[in-house]
Design a protein around this ligand. Structure first.
Ligand code: XMP
Length: 517
């Protein structure tokens, strides 16, 4: 790859990914690596034009706390240390950091300028001070030789420091978070003074990714599992552009898709893009296996296992396939530093096809490995995928099975599909679709009594779910108006036979999860 690169050395901050996001928005290609993995070989391989040292939860005053590799300081490239990154720089370069009373500062703070104006702070302090976000327990108490101070806050006398001769900068606050409103300008100034050309664009990436796929795959065949989601769709279209009909897509229809979903996916890929596509309608197999099952984990595991079997069966029909394409994204690849240690509790067994490559002896093609989700969307636009397709809400691998608590029947799935379609139609009509991370209906395993016209009804209750989220890890329920909820409930009850009661789920995550199972 020919782009200018920036290396982010991760000391385990919760917000290290945001540094990468800000830089990518500025058309700079960057990679995050945990501090303990940054070897001389890695530095040589990446050959960064600049380095950023992230924040982190430890204290440099503690014996054995993380350090930056010494080689970073002798490479002759600009460095920006953030929070823990600042403290590590000072400690390693001959300054002093203290811990104790009066050294901590959390939340909003105001930094005032000190000394001469410097290029890093172009556009800052136009109002005499800048709002920044602090989150530190320790602070720098003596600067390393060569450094001077350019900004102070009440609890951080060395809020902004720099050694201009070496182009080393170190700040106590977090410029990467929202609450530092002009943080992005600081990054912009840093990459400008480091000489970045801003050469990371989706147009350039597209051409480069295509060349890379061709080089990796040659004239061999590739199989791609299509789910209808954004990631696998963008990967498929990109790979097809690279190798044409040596790509075959396999779309496994497990009978747990939303209304018209299978038809839309087939029309889009086979008819629109002329991509060879196997439409594996295996709904009888999946629904048969799920019959009578109501335990959420059992459902998930059954679907996951069958999915692999079915995919393998169809993939075996493609002669000479050597590669499997996956829509893996950068957040799945980043090895974040974990300070908690120990395996985390399994909340849900996620459905993925991770076990496939080993089982099938296939090599992986992962053309989206370097991208964040919104970059995948931008690439999708670049490749001409329809905007409504690119902007679709995430849909889980096990599909409607996990939106149908209790036993799954064809009748319930049909009712669920119809209710979900009405709900999404309402959301689109009210112009709310893009404000919501994910919205869907769950059909509840309970019938309730109602009255319609002069008659008694005894039908299913359903729950509407809509959440806002950044990454699906935490979520808040969406604050619909009462009018919207009332109108939607009326429409569902009038238009969907089989439902006579509608509820709205107002649980956040945590303590709830987004899906019901
Ligand atoms: P939960 O319910 O765990 O969901 O809060 C978080 C996000 O993950 C999606 N989800 C899945 N996605 N396979 C997937 O590909 C799965 O098995 C799966 N389970 C949940 C869910 O829709 C939400 O976006």
């Amino acid at each position: 790859m020919t782009h200018d690169r920036l290396l982010i050395i991760d000391f385990g901050s919760q917000v290290t990914q945001l540094i990468a996001r800000r830089l990518r928005e500025l058309n700079v290609y960057c990679e995050i690596h945990p501090y303990q993995n940054v070897t001389d070989a890695l530095l040589k391989d990446i050959a960064p034009r600049a380095v950023i040292l992230s924040g982190g939860p430890d204290s440099v005053t503690r014996d054995g706390s993380p350090r930056a590799p010494e080689a970073v300081f002798t490479m002759g490239v600009p460095i920006l240390g953030i929070c823990y990154g600042q403290q590590v720089m000072m400690q390693q370069l001959g300054g002093k950091v203290v811990s104790g009373e009066g050294t901590a500062e959390f939340g909003r703070a105001f930094v005032r300028p000190e000394g001469d104006a410097i290029a890093l702070l172009d556009g800052w302090f136009t109002e005499g001070q800048e709002q920044v976000w602090m989150s530190h327990g320790d602070h720098v108490s003596a600067l390393a030789p060569g450094f001077a101070v350019y900004g102070t806050s009440p609890n951080a006398p060395y809020a902004i420091t720099a050694d201009l001769a070496r182009n080393f900068f170190a700040v106590q606050f977090h410029p990467e978070v929202h609450h530092t409103p002009r943080g992005k300008d600081l990054f912009k100034n840093f990459i400008r003074l480091a000489g970045f050309k801003g050469d990371w664009t989706m147009g350039a990436y597209r051409a480069e990714a295509i060349a890379k796929i061709r080089q990796q795959v040659g004239d061999k065949k590739v199989i791609c599992g299509l789910s209808g989601g954004v990631d696998s769709s963008v990967a498929a279209v990109l790979i097809h552009e690279a190798i044409g009909d040596n790509l075959t897509c396999v779309f496994v229809d497990h009978g747990l898709l939303r209304q018209n979903e299978a038809a839309e996916v087939v029309a889009m890929f086979r008819d629109n893009y002329n991509i060879p596509l196997i439409h594996a309608d295996e709904s009888d197999l999946f629904l048969g296996a799920l019959e009578g099952m109501s335990d959420p984990e059992e459902k998930r595991k059954t679907i996951g296992k069958l999915f692999i079997d079915v995919f393998q069966k169809y993939a075996n029909q493609i002669d000479g396939a050597e590669f499997l394409a996956q829509g893996t994204l950068y957040p799945d690849v980043i090895e974040s530093v974990s300070f908690s240690g120990g395996p985390s509790v399994t909340i849900k067994s996620h459905h993925n096809v991770g076990g496939l490559p080993e089982k099938m002896g296939l090599k992986l093609v992962e053309p989206l490995r370097e991208l964040f989700k919104d970059e995948v969307r931008a690439l999708g636009h670049e490749l001409g995928l329809p905007p409504h397709f690119i902007g679709r809400h995430p849909f889980p691998g096990p599909g409607l099975a996990i939106r149908c608590p209790g036993q799954i029947t064809r009748e319930k799935l049909e009712i669920l599909r119809k209710a979900d379609a009405v709900y999404i139609d309402q959301i689109r009509k009210h112009g709310l679709y893009d404000d919501i991370w994910q919205a869907f209906v769950a059909i509840l395993p309970v019938r309730t009594v109602g009255v319609m016209g002069d008659g008694r009804t005894y039908d299913y209750a359903c729950a509407l779910r809509a959440v806002t989220s950044v990454d699906g890890m935490t979520a808040d329920y969406y604050p619909f108006t009462h009018e919207f909820l009332g109108e939607t409930a009326t429409r569902i009850i009038n238009e969907v036979k089989g439902i006579n009661r509608v509820t709205y789920d107002i649980t956040s995550k945590p303590p709830g999860t987004i899906e019901w199972e």
